[in-house]
Design a protein around this ligand. Structure first.
Ligand code: NDP
Ligand code: 2IT
Length: 448
């Protein structure tokens, strides 16, 4: 299929053969391998020790049945996953996703991305991911709680503060982390705060964790703008999604001087040219767990378009914050035509390979998720630090740490891209910098 160099092509073919049907995982692996040509040319030791082949094979993959009883008294069966991908740098770390589309290929792609993202934070965390094909939409509070308890009744034996530390992702927020932690505590009879992150502020959670991914994406974008001698002032921004990452991206973009003129959910888009009203968005999505249609009904001048494509709203900056492969080649062409200058991924792998190629051709700056959305997991690692020292930091201190980490990731991507002869290419910089950090640790730890 590819323009990969020979050794990398063999690795890629092996991944395709050993993981049939897992297209998202194939895509994520290819995207990384595609950047590693200059690295293996310069450092043959990585190929010699089969570091890249080992990296593509998870250390452990857990699949389990999750039986629970719904409000009608019916037994429901879901499938649970935890992929413990790589622990060279620290305990496995990564979120849990509850969404009907979840299967092994999605969890593996997310776990694979997480290895490099976590390395880029510079904090001691390995890569993992988990989740279930459970669909929380339309489920009652009681059903969500019973599902979380059933999920943890199996998962608890695999996790721990020094082993594997899950957190939230799509469909898993503070409410679910609460139920998961409660069940872990009950089964193990241990108040082990560091076993999960994204906990409530009153019981071991960290300030800023809720906001961290969206804030981090906005900070990363601000660094890109700064490197071009610009700022958010006067910039029109489009954000896709209206969940955890999207909402706090909107909040920070507004604080930094930009205007978010559109956002979306899986049913359509809202266009609000005056700028998204954040209080209303939070009330509809966070307080009421409602739909964006309600936002448009209550906001003068805002329009909801069912099946409307959010990328058709003209903007200077696009922040895809919903889900994988949500921005394809067609969307990229529309963004380019409308003069978009920067695309920074708040979600994991939201841009298709064709979209990324079109951005490169058009000179649009592209920041990949493993760099631009690393603020969430970085703040999770800060939560682990606070838990380990039984401490709790202020909002200001934690946010300052987050902003510092995001600036560090940004600079490291640019410096690495420069070093390997592709100045300004954030994807090259992120993949190479993340890879070399993990690969060096793997070499030091021997063949394990
Ligand atoms: P949420 O569940 O809070 O929100 C997800 C949003 O994306 C919703 O608006 C949802 O719309 C939309 N969405 C989800 N799936 C689809 C789909 N298949 N098609 C169209 N829209 C969809 O999730 P998060 O905000 O936490 O996560 C969003 C992205 O960010 C994911 O890629 C996640 O992996 C990534 N991420 C999350 C982090 C975190 O800390 N939470 C950290 C780093 C990355 P609807 O309500 O209609 O379903
Ligand atoms: O994709 C991600 O980085 C997350 N969902 C956050 C993981 C974490 O452990 O905080």
């Amino acid at each position: 299929m590819s323009g990969l160099d020979e050794k990398l092509r063999d690795v890629h073919e092996e991944v395709l053969r050993r993981n049939p049907g897992e297209s998202e995982f194939h895509q994520a692996v290819y995207e990384v391998l595609d950047c590693l040509g200059p690295v293996v040319a310069k450092h043959p030791q990585y190929a010699d020790a089969a570091v890249i082949r080992r990296l593509c094979e998870p250390e452990r993959q857990i699949i389990f049945r999750v039986p629970w009883i719904d409000d009608d008294g019916q037994v429901q069966i879901n499938r649970g996953f935890r992929i413990e991908f790589n622990s060279a740098l620290g305990p496995y770390k990564g979120g849990l996703r509850f969404h009907p589309t979840v299967y092994q290929g999605i969890v593996k792609f997310l776990g694979f991305e997480q290895i490099f993202k976590n390395a880029l934070t510079g904090l001691p965390i390995g890569g993992g991911k988990g989740g279930s094909d459970f669909d929380p939409k339309g489920r009652s509070e009681g059903e969500v709680m019973r599902f979380c308890q059933a999920f943890m009744t199996e998962l608890y034996r695999h996790i721990g503060e020094y082993t594997d530390v899950p957190a939230g992702d799509t469909g898993v927020g503070g409410r679910e982390i609460g139920y998961l932690f409660g069940q872990y505590k009950r089964i193990t009879n241990r108040y082990e705060s560091g076993v999960l992150t994204g906990k409530g502020l009153g019981w071991g959670g960290s300030q800023v964790r809720t906001e961290a991914t969206g804030y981090g994406t906005a900070y990363f974008t601000e660094e890109i703008l700064r490197s071009k001698g610009e700022s958010f002032d006067g910039k029109r921004v489009v954000v896709s999604g209206s969940g955890n990452v999207a909402i706090y991206a909107v909040e920070k973009v507004h604080e930094l001087g930009g205007t978010v003129v559109a956002c979306s959910d899986s049913s359509g888009r809202v266009h609000d040219d005056k700028g998204i009203d954040l209080d209303l968005l939070k009330e509809v999505k966070l307080t009421r767990r409602g739909r964006l249609t309600e936002y448009a009904e209550r906001r003068d001048g805002a329009r909801y378009d069912e099946a409307g494509n959010v990328w058709e709203v003209p903007c200077d900056i696009a922040l895809p914050c919903a889900t994988q492969n949500e921005l394809n080649g067609h969307d990229a062409a529309v963004l380019v035509r409308n003069g978009c200058e920067i695309v920074a991924e708040g979600a994991n792998m939201p841009c298709t390979p064709e979209a990324v190629r079109l951005f490169a051709e058009a000179g649009v700056v592209f920041a990949p998720g493993k760099a631009a959305n690393a603020g969430g997991v970085a703040t999770s690692a800060l939560e682990m630090q606070q838990n380990a020292s039984r401490d709790s930091w202020t909002f200001e201190h934690t946010e300052e740490r987050l902003a510092h980490i995001m600036r560090g990731i940004h600079d490291r991507c640019l410096e690495t891209a420069e070093e390997y002869g592709t100045p300004g290419n954030y994807a090259m910089g992120a993949n190479i910098a993340g890879f070399t950090q993990v690969a060096d640790a793997m070499l030091a730890l021997g063949v394990i």
